[in-house]
Design a protein around this ligand. Structure first.
Ligand SMILES: CC(=O)N[C@H]1[C@@H](OP(=O)(O)OP(=O)(O)OC[C@H]2O[C@@H](n3ccc(=O)[nH]c3=O)[C@H](O)[C@@H]2O)O[C@H](CO)[C@@H](O)[C@@H]1O
Ligand SMILES: C=C(OP(=O)(O)O)C(=O)O
Length: 422
């Protein structure tokens, strides 16, 4: 595991270009195995999740080539072989569970280990299983690996009502249903932009998915999918939100480029309420140096609400604001692993019944801290940039799992940051 060393106190200036969305990419790559032709993805972020997914694909004889100069990834599933995936790299990321839906769609059966990913509290997959079963599959958990098998005649369309809005279940069920016989409807579906991105990608291969981005998605199964054109991944709204908060907390004029601002409506409204001055352009947002900032209350909810993945990245900005900030994460109430680390840096934070109360502090102090998960790590990077002195962040691999070329981007903004081997 690597460590990140930050010498804080420098003001950030210049521009940063946002990469392709991690949470799209990690669905689009497993989905490529549904195609009977070579798939090309543009705007692929340089993140560990991508390299781990490429390794998983190579075990199935799917050849991939990531051209890092052009951010283009080609995936060749034309000689794919079925492989059980009970262990190994599957455990390195959450989104490996998309191989359940994708293998089921391609081969009619899947053996996939329970996923890894961020330790942000309980993350059950009961809705994925319920949905696979509705499509006719039988599902069993044998020693931590899910065995999922379609009936002999293949999966059939079904009406599936999700008990709670789940990004992962919505995507997994799209992947399984896209080649099932007949029509599937997913109700109470998640509406995240990454789901629209996946539907666009699959529809361009010949799938028939309607309603992505609404709470009812209808899928008419098709027998074959062929990728014909490259697919450009949408920009990462969580990476963008992280840099916007960072620019508000320690920027001296920062231009964040490659943004779809509509994907960040709830977030931008909160930044404005805090007092961050911004110019929202067609595909960029310029953040002015901050003046007086005011603490606010944040409550996370499914899209288009305030994203859980942004509650930690915005926290250092809230610490800087006058008054007491409040954060309530309704999606992952135990997503609090950044708090003891921030307290180590001099923050004054209390936690009462999963309500995080952030009291204003005049300054943070550099310290040795741990990035226990990706967004806790993003929060600590910003805190380190704001703090006086040296901050050492360990377990940086958790950050590199989803932040594209982060050291390069921070250096370009003028940060004093480097990565060292542990
Ligand atoms: C790879 C990816 O895209 N990860 C994102 C995805 O995770 P992920 O898809 O795992 O999260 P979900 O949207 O499924 O989870 C939402 C809520 O539903 C619960 N739930 C979910 C499924 C299920 O079968 N049963 C159940 O109880 C979860 O515990 C959570 O409380 O959406 C989360 C919520 O926006 C984000 O934080 C993650 O960054
Ligand atoms: C929780 C996250 O990721 P994952 O679902 O991949 O663990 C995240 O990106 O904040």
């Amino acid at each position: 595991m690597k460590k990140m060393i930050i010498h804080g106190g420098r003001k950030l200036t210049g521009e940063v270009v946002i990469g392709g969305a991690k949470n799209s990419t990690v669905a689009l790559i497993p989905a490529a195995i549904l195609s009977e032709s070579v798939v090309t993805l543009d705007g692929v972020p340089h993140i560990k999740d991508v390299y781990n997914l490429m390794d998983i694909l190579s075990a199935m004889n799917v050849h991939s080539n990531f051209n890092e100069a052009t951010d283009t990834l080609t995936l060749d599933p034309t000689e794919i072989e079925f492989k059980p995936l009970p262990n190994g790299k599957i455990k390195s990321l959450r989104a490996s569970y998309y191989f359940m839906g994708a293998l089921l769609g391609r081969f009619g059966h899947a053996i996939v280990g329970l996923p890894g990913g961020d330790d942000i509290g309980p993350r059950p997959i009961d809705q994925h299983i319920k949905g696979f079963e509705s499509l006719g599959a039988s599902v069993s958990n044998e020693h931590g690996a899910m065995f999922i098998t379609a009936p002999e005649e293949g999966l059939h369309g079904a009406r599936i009502f999700l008990d709670m809005v789940s990004v992962g279940a919505t995507i997994n069920l799209i992947l399984a249903a896209v080649t099932a016989t007949g029509q599937t409807s997913i109700e109470n579906a998640a509406k995240e932009p990454e789901i629209i991105d996946l539907a666009t990608y699959l529809n361009n291969m010949g799938a028939k998915i309607r309603g992505a981005g609404t709470d009812t998605i209808r899928i008419d199964g098709v027998a074959h999918l062929y990728a014909k054109n490259p697919h450009t991944i949408i920009p990462d709204r969580i990476e963008a939100g992280t840099y916007l908060a960072m620019a508000g907390a320690c920027g001296d004029g920062v231009n964040v480029k490659n943004i779809i601002s509509e994907h960040l409506d709830a977030y931008l409204a909160k930044l404005e309420e805090i007092g961050v001055q911004m110019d929202v352009g067609e595909d960029n947002i310029f953040v002015y140096p901050s003046g007086n900032l005011q603490a606010v209350q944040i409550k996370t909810s499914p899209y288009p609400g305030f994203a859980t993945d942004l509650q930690q990245p915005i926290t250092p900005l809230l610490l800087k604001a006058a008054g007491d900030g409040i954060v309530i994460d309704t999606i992952y109430p135990k997503r609090v692993r950044h708090i003891p680390e921030l307290i180590r840096m001099g923050a004054d934070i209390s936690l009462e019944n999963d309500v995080i109360i952030l009291h204003h502090v005049d300054r943070l102090q550099g310290a040795e801290v741990t990035a226990d998960e990706i967004r806790a790590g993003a929060c600590l990077m910003t805190a380190g940039l704001m703090a006086e002195g040296k901050t050492t962040i360990s377990k940086v691999d958790n950050i590199l799992r989803g932040y594209d070329r982060v050291v390069y981007k921070l250096k370009k903004l003028g940060a004093d940051v480097e990565m060292i081997d542990d």
